[in-house]
Write a protein that binds this ligand. Sequence first.
Ligand code: T1G
Length: 708
Amino acid sequence: MPAFTTDVRDGIAVLTFDLPGEPVNKLTAGVKAEFEQAFSALLADPSVRAVILASGKPDTFIAGADIEEFTRLETPAQAEALSRGGQEMIARVEASPKPVVAAIHGACLGGGLELALACHWRIATDHPKTQLGLPEVQLGILPAAGGSVRLPRLIGLRAALDIILAGKTERAAKAFRLGIVDELVHPAILLDTARRAAGRLLRDGRPSRPPRGTGPAGWFLDRTPPGRRIVYAQARKGVLARTGGHYPAPLAALEAVEAGLEQGPRRGFETEHRRFGELAMGAVSRELVRIFFATTALKKDDGGSGARPLPVGVLGVVGTGFMGAGIAGTAVAQAAVEVRLRDAALDRVASGLKAARKLLDGRLERRRITRQEHQRLVALMGGTAGWEGFRRADLVIEAVFEDLDVKRKVLAEAEAGAPHAIFATNTSTIPIGRIAEGAGRPGRVLGMHFFSPVDRMPLLEVIPHAGTDPDAVATALAFGRRMGKTVIVVADRPGFWVNRILSPYLNEAGHLLAEGTPIEAIDAAMTRFGFPVGPVALLDEVGLDVGAKAGGVMHAAFGDRLRPAPVLARMLEAGRQGRKNGKGFYRYEGGKKAGPDPAVAGILGVQPRAAISAETIQQRLLYAMLNEAAMAMGEGVVRSARDGDMGAIFGIGYPPFRGGPLRTIDHLGATRVLDVLRGLENVYGARFTPAPALVEVGMRNGRFTDEG
Ligand code: T1G
């Protein structure tokens, strides 16, 4: 079955791309050969006067180059040749003497957008599935089929860098505003509009597009060499600040953009394929591509339930505080589901609805949704201090006070008020099985542990207890994905996965503080390692009271190994709760973090000592986490190393370029990790005793994750 079919009418050929047996169109070596053959035939056919490039897939125009293909390459030269081949194929489209119109519906990403950029006119459908972007840097590579050269020339330097350096994708309406596409239409008239555009191009010739970068500042910064030099320097500084130098791809993309604009397209293309050759073979790209395929696989994972999910048409949320409102707002915004919010007092319901609506208002302000969509979504939310409307609920999520009796009481009331619903608890520390004890329908009870803030943190832990029904697990997984979450199924063990591996890491930071290590030395060491924030700043964000409570649960469950250092108790005695009450390890001025608080040393009763080396801080904190991850893996807390690594990356921002804690153990080598742990155990005692699972892997010189 060919990937391309042609339909010629009135001299206009519609070349339809529909890769057989694949859910998306992607550019492989075979597709490239077939495209060039089909396109050359159309150029040679005297009856064809113009070409329209369209897709036969329901939701994808072209999803870019085949990611699997370039991961199979073995040398930089091979990767460079792949990129150059793509550039040459696309250059032939741009040089075509016959007009070529791109009719875009669905995902138009990476090489797919690069191909569209070489067409002479671009039309996109105004449909949620129509997304356009150059996500390459998220895979550790750069746009290397002409995108780094063509996009800045089309929409201006700053707008192009905003997309390329972050690997962003834009909705069609935004792409239209930016000038990436020339027309925005309803899907039903996409091809007719493309035919009319082809006719116009034949009649009037190639369009001249208004230069971008309007206004004096825009003109100077986008369209003059001195102005662009300022932009390049600012962009480089911004990339280094964001990536800490751990991610080479954005810098390579910037180099290609600069070469293309300042030295001409040929130099730009050369830079693209040279840097692609280097990056595609690099360790960072390897890890980021693994994460892409792991998250894609997780989208289809049934969590071991073997069951089909039940539909969720109405969601009930009990508890309208920060988490409850966040869950409600995110569910409406992402899943467009009807939500009933409940709390004991109407004023709390009102404030919860207000907070949930604020999420939608923010999307409207950022033009992520239209005014009509905003009104429709707001109308989906309702509240009550009783149980009205909950009889229709298919899923109820509770986010009430973190207390076993309170949660059991809410569960009992919910079983009466929402008799058909699955009941999910957002607890972060209480075993699900304990909450389900005494429930009328324990099989419908499970955990859905969201992370704060719910609208921004990508991970969701789904925690079945021993008696949870398989279809309840499948339903929670599916609904979490509708909320846009990366979901992992985790065993009902104290701390589940993320808090389990985080606990010894934060404890070790507490021990360092108790030894007088400066706050900024600890946090700087871990951000340099690649974490988004340091552990001390994280404690302030989470809340010292929450941290102390979770630490207490972990200490009760795992004994002295996880005994918290006394620092949190001392800070709480001094009335410090972290960001939430404006006083923590850091000072806060006007709601902004304003540096470590010098008063903390006095509160902790320590003399600040000369900072120990960043390497020592990193080693103690990291190995505490690696050891706990191996231990939890050995206990079956997660079903695979993939789930554990994704949970760490999407739950606590574990540095993606390192692949996750289990992946890090494999990179370091289990035997080496064991040696270091034994050394730390000699100095600091049982909290560094190697996990049995790690000893087992080390003894056979094995790995937790597969090679590659
Ligand atoms: N290569 C290989 N496989 C891909 C793919 C790709 N580009 N895109 C999707 N798939 C597979 C995916 O693994 C899954 O496989 C199936 O398609 C359905 O995907 C030269 C070099 C397009 C928005 O980064 O963002 O171009 O699990 O479940 O939720 O400069 O897939 O079914 O076997 O995600 O509807 C740049 C990546 C490449 C886009 C669809 N392109 N893909 O989402 O379906 S680099 C990307 C996506 C590049 C050039 C460079 C999403 C999607 P399986 P899915 P979806």
